[in-house]
Design a protein around this ligand. Structure first.
Ligand code: ATP
Length: 309
């Protein structure tokens, strides 16, 4: 048996190339290519308005790109959008359901839309731990439970791909953690997830991340790869005058970013010698530290903005 046959490449669920979309003559997604494999949790990050939602809508067959091509779950994104939509669960940014219906009634409604058997609602309630709350009005649920209900509604038709657009915005940390535990459990069962988020801790829970700024994909890979590829060095500066020192460092040769980090400062650049010279010049105590994902994202965003100018 050949190696290829014994150890096949993992299934590719999303393989899109050169996606481009303009609204009103303004390009909001520009030549974005993305690959996501089965069972992967892929993160989609980037500043507000950078085109994440628009990409997600092109991937799930709700929006036709102006240019680009590709396949999602083996279906062509230009000609087989209906087939894609049937196999995708999409939790939109402002997910909604009927607040004056109970949890179960809401799920019954969704089950009706997809012509699912009655067992589907019962199983979904049990899977997500919502059985004891099934008669509670959806409108009376806390943010975290509303979010669980939205997730339940999205996965009830047993989709192969879950697209989550900022699913945890405005949800407390405990509920966010539970939600991510659920996402990982679904991924372990083979569901592929593409999730947009602004939270760094959530980015770190993804198998791979994609960072999009001003419509362009500017970084992708594991968190460690993205940090390494950025080529940044970071120092922690310990000072009892962080505001003043930050002001003095800003704009100095070798200093790309200065950010408060707890009681200290994080100073970041690409040229260690120049950065150290700037810090020595101020006579402050400093030591090397790991560059954080946030440091990298801020750098990527600023670089992209400079490239646009
Ligand atoms: N249907 C539309 N018509 C016109 N402009 C649109 C439309 N949809 C999106 N846009 C614009 O395209 C740009 C990208 O929006 P998009 O929602 O894709 O970004 P995003 O990265 O998801 O942002 P956020 O993080 O704020 O949700 C924004 O400037 C938005 O106003």
């Amino acid at each position: 048996m050949t190696r290829a046959a014994a150890d096949p490449a993992p299934d590719t669920v999303i393989a899109v190339h050169g996606l481009t979309k303009s609204f009103g003559g303004r390009k909001v997604v520009d030549d974005v290519s993305l690959g996501v494999e089965r069972g992967e949790i892929a993160g989609f990050l980037g500043p507000n308005g950078s085109g994440k939602t628009t990409c997600i809508r092109m991937i799930c067959g709700l929006l036709t790109p102006d240019a680009g091509h590709g396949q999602v779950l083996g279906h062509d994104i230009l000609t087989q959008q209906g087939a894609i939509r049937r196999q995708v669960g999409y939790m939109t940014q402002k997910f909604s359901f009927y607040e004056d219906l109970s949890i179960k009634e809401n799920l019954d409604f969704v089950a009706g839309l997809y012509a699912l058997p009655r067992d589907a609602v019962r199983d979904t309630l049990a899977d997500l731990g919502l059985t004891s709350r099934k008669d509670q009005l959806a409108g009376s649920l806390s943010g975290g439970w509303k979010q669980r209900l939205a997730l339940a509604a999205c996965i009830m038709h047993d989709p192969q791909l879950l697209l989550l657009d900022e699913p945890t915005a405005g949800v407390d940390p405990k509920a966010r953690r539970e939600f991510w535990d659920e996402i990982h459990a679904l991924s372990a069962r083979g569901l592929t997830v593409l999730v947009s988020t602004h939270y760094m801790d959530e980015a770190e829970r993804c198998h791979r991340i994609n960072y999009i700024a001003y419509g362009r994909l500017v970084a992708h890979g594991t968190v460690a790869q993205v940090i390494r590829d950025a080529g940044l060095v970071t120092y922690t500066v310990t000072t009892d005058r962080p505001g003043r020192v930050a002001g003095q460092l800003a704009g100095q040769p070798g200093v790309d970013q200065v950010a408060p980090f707890g009681a200290n400062l994080h100073v970041t650049g690409t040229d260690p010698a120049a950065l150290e010279a700037a810090l020595r010049g101020l006579g402050v105590a400093f030591q090397p530290t790991d560059t954080s994902l946030e440091d990298v994202f801020i750098r990527l965003m600023e670089q992209s903005r400079d490239n646009m100018a």
